[in-house]
Design a protein. Structure first.
Lengths: 246, 281, 326
């Protein structure tokens, strides 16, 4: 089981007048087969946290360790925009991030494409697919390297409500089947409640302000009383925070 | 610095010194840029000066200083203004004609049928070397005025057409639809949306076209003309005076570059003040 | 110079594909369909394209008559279409007064162009990469790239002819000098426009640097390299022609000047047609086909075509319009 440990994490961008503090004194521990959502207003450092976790950016100070039974864990990443190589076919996009090109790897990629219902689209170019399909390729790519942890940065925010809804179901099923650790950034509280066991709330200035466990059975129907109550609780928390800030 | 009393003070103090750091970094950046730029000038001009008379005979590669001296002589001789005037007026008239033709064809090409009709004309206009037009017009028109003008139109109209056509294809449909929804009249719509949108495209065409136009005028003058820069070049070449030749071409080249980079760019900047804010932001 | 050569591929009889109409209405619909087809052919841009040379020919003949009738002193000579046709035909049969026939002539020039173009691409890519990656290199070269770009071919041509004599090296150097600024500028732009977000993606997936170079950096540079290749070829060609006029013993530029000096107007015009054919073969046949193969992943061009077909031809039924777009 993967283990994420964040200690005294601090990150700022720019210098002088342009200086922006993205994350301030974040301490966190995430482990096991959990689905963790990070919510908060825009500019609260959610995406920066993911970028640091995945190694795209380096922290200004503090430490981040992602381990799998003692050694470094391999992360998968699903971005807000799919970030596919437009000049490679769907299958080649999956193969691009693999460590080898053996027939078994190919087979695995094909299996994950089928899992996102794109089994027949392997030879298409990304430009020939709709936005929802591209995002599904991005999800298949992240799963296809069989990562120990999976980072997702608002992966459904560019999609229409109906596509997003069906992709959320697919994502939940894949998470349930594969038993990964998922860290999921979103600004949609409903989405967070629908998918996760644990919701981290970030406030302005990149501070971790709340850590809420969501212990409800799946699938979670938005109309169900408990789900609605959990959502309302987080909204209430936000309102309190807003009062604190202003 | 004294020990800061409050949290506010820490950030304030940090900010000013960091601003200073940024300013210093920027200044250093500018210094580095200028250092390399000047080094570039020194290297090229130095190599040229050194090569003349050493790697190549001085007749073949007159040094920059020789060219400057020759320029002084020709300038005192008094032929230069007349030659410049002849060539510049040909460029002005020819390019004005070319602009009208290019713009008209570009606008007509909005229509799909006419686009098909003019497509090969534009392709030929872009791909055929200007020299070919210069020779054809020279053999047909001899040293009459029409020759260089027609050669300029044939070589440059397509550049303007292509840019206008690109602009027309990229017309902001959303803004036009918006103005239709607000019942904005046709004249106002054209003035406020279509023309401001097309202007940068036209300008690109003009700058690109001008850079070709002056060269083609000089080339036609080399073949068939009894005045202008090209004529002077032909005389210098026939007398095998490479320093005179280089001086003429460099003098005109500097003038053309000045028109292209300074005058046209200045006009463009004045025209598109609204675009500068975008880049500044 | 976008690749919009697809209209030619639209099948005009595609309207026949569809459901079979009831027998009683067949004749009426047939006639109507034929009339529709006729107007569609007349209105199609492909027809307009074919009409263009016809219009030029008519203009040519009429203007000869008008000028000779009204104002004969406006011109020295006016080559007639028939003379030019005879000249072109004779040249194509290798029946010529010039030292080399048209095939040999263009082959000589093409070889020079290819060598100069390769040198320009290699050298230009190296300098462009340096300028894109380093501010210092950019400052060092920038003004001189602009200066070389703005220098007329004529100056290069005369200079190299005097410096290197009447051989191959003069024209080749002229090709390099005219082509190289475009390569440098395009490669620099390519380096500056590399897709950062894709590099981030590769990094987060721990893809090796060599793999990232091959699959992200090089493909992202491709459009710029391709534009560079195309410009350098087209402009290098123009530079070569001028160099051959002033400093050649043979080649396409020298031969058109040969007809000019021989005062054969029909020879000059005939050779101009060869020039157009040569350029069009390279632009439209060679480069467009390479572009189609290299940029298969770009759906935008064909996508736009489809939209235009659907919205602008009211008469056409939707099915063939979509077929045309592929």
């Amino acid at each position: 089981m993967a283990e994420i440990l964040i200690k005294n994490l601090h990150k700022e961008f720019g210098t002088g007048a342009d200086k922006v503090v993205a994350l301030e004194d974040v301490n966190l521990s995430i482990g096991g087969h959990v689905f963790v959502s990070i919510v908060g207003p825009s500019g609260c450092g959610k995406s920066t946290l993911l970028n640091i976790l995945s190694g795209i950016e380096t922290p200004t100070s503090g430490t981040v360790a992602i381990t799998q039974e003692g050694h470094d864990a391999a992360p998968g990443y699903v971005f807000q925009a799919a970030r596919l190589l437009p000049w490679r076919t769907v299958m080649d996009n999956l193969l691009f991030v693999q460590s080898d090109r053996s027939p078994s790897t190919r087979e695995r990629c094909q299996r994950y494409l089928e899992m996102v219902q794109l089994g027949d689209k392997g030879s298409k170019f990304p430009g020939e697919l709709s936005g929802g399909m591209q995002q599904r390729v991005g999800i298949a790519r992240a799963f296809s390297i069989e990562p120990d942890v999976l980072f997702m940065d608002e992966p459904f925010s560019h999609l229409d409500a109906i596509t997003a809804r069906s992709l959320r179901r697919e994502l939940h099923d894949m998470w349930a089947q594969t038993g990964k650790t998922v860290v999921f950034v979103t600004h949609d509280i409903g989405e967070a409640i629908e998918l996760s066991n644990r919701v981290l709330v970030f406030g302005k200035g990149g501070r971790l302000v709340d850590d809420i466990g969501v212990d409800l059975p799946f699938p979670r129907d938005a109309a169900h009383e408990d789900v609605a109550l959990a959502k309302a609780a987080i909204y209430r928390r936000f309102e309190e925070l807003d009062l604190l800030v202003s | 610095m004294a020990v800061p009393a409050t949290v506010e003070d820490v950030s304030e103090g940090a900010r000013t010194t960091e601003e200073e750091l940024v300013r210093r970094a920027r200044r250093r950046d500018l210094q580095v840029t200028w250092f390399w730029r000047i080094l570039g000038y020194v290297t090229v001009l130095g190599l040229w000066e050194y090569a003349s008379g050493r790697w190549m005979r001085e007749q073949l590669l007159p040094a920059p200083t020789t060219v400057l001296e020759t320029f002084g002589e020709i300038w005192r001789g008094g032929d230069m203004p007349a030659a410049f005037q002849a060539t510049l007026s040909r460029i002005a008239v020819g390019f004005a004609l070319s602009f009208v033709v290019g713009l008209a064809v570009g606008v007509l090409m909005q229509n799909r049928w006419l686009e098909g009709f003019f497509r090969d004309a534009v392709l030929i206009g872009i791909t055929t070397p200007g020299l070919v037009w210069a020779l054809i017009t020279a053999i047909i028109f001899g040293n009459r005025t029409a020759g260089p003008l027609i050669a300029v139109v044939l070589t440059t109209f397509a550049l303007i057409t292509v840019n206008v056509h690109e602009g027309v294809k990229a017309l902001p449909k959303d803004l036009i639809d918006m103005s239709k929804a607000f019942r904005v009249g046709l004249v106002k719509r054209n003035r406020q949306i279509v023309i401001p949108h097309l202007a940068p495209y036209i300008f690109t065409g003009v700058r690109f076209g001008f850079s070709i136009a002056w060269k083609i005028v000089v080339l036609t003058e080399v073949f068939a003309s009894s005045s202008g820069i090209g004529f002077e070049l032909r005389v210098a070449q026939q007398l095998f005076q490479l320093d005179v030749f280089l001086t003429w071409i460099l003098a005109f080249y500097v003038l053309a570059l000045f028109l292209e980079k300074v005058v046209l760019e200045q006009i463009e900047r004045r025209f598109f003040r609204w675009r500068r804010e975008v880049t500044a932001a | 110079m976008t690749s919009r050569g697809d209209e030619m591929a639209v099948p005009h009889d595609a309207g026949l594909v569809g459901t079979t109409p009831a027998p009683a209405r067949r004749r009426w619909t047939d006639r109507r369909r034929m009339a529709r087809r006729a107007t569609r052919i007349a209105r199609s841009p492909a027809t307009a394209r074919l009409l263009f040379p016809v219009a030029v020919l008519i203009f040519w003949v009429v203007s000869i008559d008008v000028i000779e009738g009204v104002w004969p002193f406006a011109v020295d000579v006016l080559p007639r279409p028939s003379e030019v046709r005879d000249f072109v035909w004779a040249e194509l049969r290798s029946d010529t007064f010039a030292p080399y026939n048209v095939y040999e002539t263009f082959w000589i020039s093409l070889k020079r162009l290819a060598i100069g173009w390769l040198i320009a691409m290699g050298l230009g890519t190296a300098i462009g990469l340096a300028m894109g990656l380093s501010k210092g290199a950019n400052a060092f070269f920038n003004d001189w790239v602009v200066a070389i770009l703005a220098m007329p071919n004529l100056a290069w041509a005369l200079f190299v002819s005097m410096a290197f004599g009447f051989g191959n090296s003069g024209p080749v150097i002229c090709v390099v000098l005219t082509g190289i600024p475009f390569v440098i500028i395009n490669v620099r732009e390519g380096v500056r426009n590399t897709p950062r977000e894709l590099f981030d993606m590769s990094r987060s997936f721990r893809v090796s640097p060599s793999r990232t170079t091959r699959h992200v950096l090089l493909p992202s540079l491709m459009p710029f390299m391709f534009a560079a290749a195309r410009y350098a070829f087209a402009l290098g060609w123009k530079g070569l022609v001028v160099a051959e006029v002033f400093g050649g013993r043979d080649g396409a530029g020298w031969t058109i000047k040969f007809w000019y000096d021989a005062h054969r107007a029909h020879g000059v015009v005939g050779y101009a047609f060869f020039f157009m054919a040569f350029a069009i073969i390279f632009e439209k046949v060679v480069f467009d086909n390479i572009a189609k193969r290299v940029f298969r992943w770009r759906p935008a061009a064909t996508g736009v075509e489809v939209v235009e077909e659907v919205f602008e031809t009211e008469a056409a039924p939707p099915a063939p319009a979509l077929q045309g777009g592929r």
